[in-house]
Design a binder for this molecule. Sequence first.
Ligand SMILES: CC(C)(COP(=O)(O)OP(=O)(O)OC[C@H]1O[C@@H](n2cnc3c(N)ncnc32)[C@H](O)[C@@H]1OP(=O)(O)O)[C@@H](O)C(=O)NCCC(=O)NCCS
Length: 161
Amino acid sequence: MATPAHRPPACRLRPGGVDDLDDVMRVMMAAFQPCFGEAWTRSQCAGILPMAGVTLTLAEDDDESALGFALARTIADEAELLLIAVNPSSQRRGVGQALLMHFIEQARQAGAETLHLEVRDNNPAIALYSAAGFRPAGRRRNYYSGADGTKHDAVTLKLVN
Ligand SMILES: CC(C)(COP(=O)(O)OP(=O)(O)OC[C@H]1O[C@@H](n2cnc3c(N)ncnc32)[C@H](O)[C@@H]1OP(=O)(O)O)[C@@H](O)C(=O)NCCC(=O)NCCS
């Protein structure tokens, strides 16, 4: 795996749960643009959180304000990054990279051999994933539906060791 340059810690990471849904949804609504249809609803998040193998990680600043979050699922030897988002006012300060590297470490510790994710084609987040060693492994046509009905492909990325 390629090792992206590590910056000084921009945040603290902690495990989250259903009590953090207000923070998760606040970051979600600010970070994702409705025109792409990538954001999850509160009930989708609440529904998946209690499921086996699902983990939520919160990134916080010194005042314990939520800067970002990552939602992931590990089943057997496979781990999937379901969502990652950082509040726009805190982007490009290393928070997303910290959350992504934590996902990778956590998945490896849980015994996952295959790490993958789906991302909208042309999402700038692909640069973040590529720097960590994720590479294209497939495409799902018209996977996302934007608020105006426009469809967008999803690209499946896998971590290449
Ligand atoms: C993707 C996202 C989580 C990245 O969070 P972030 O905290 O800004 O990321 P980082 O600051 O850790 O970025 C690390 C590196 O990734 C790359 N990167 C991150 N965001 C980028 C962008 N918008 N454009 C180009 N490169 C980007 C850069 O190489 C960056 O390093 P640099 O700032 O030194 O150039 C954030 O932009 C976001 O919340 N986007 C909206 C939600 C989303 O689309 N999530 C992904 C799909 S689930």
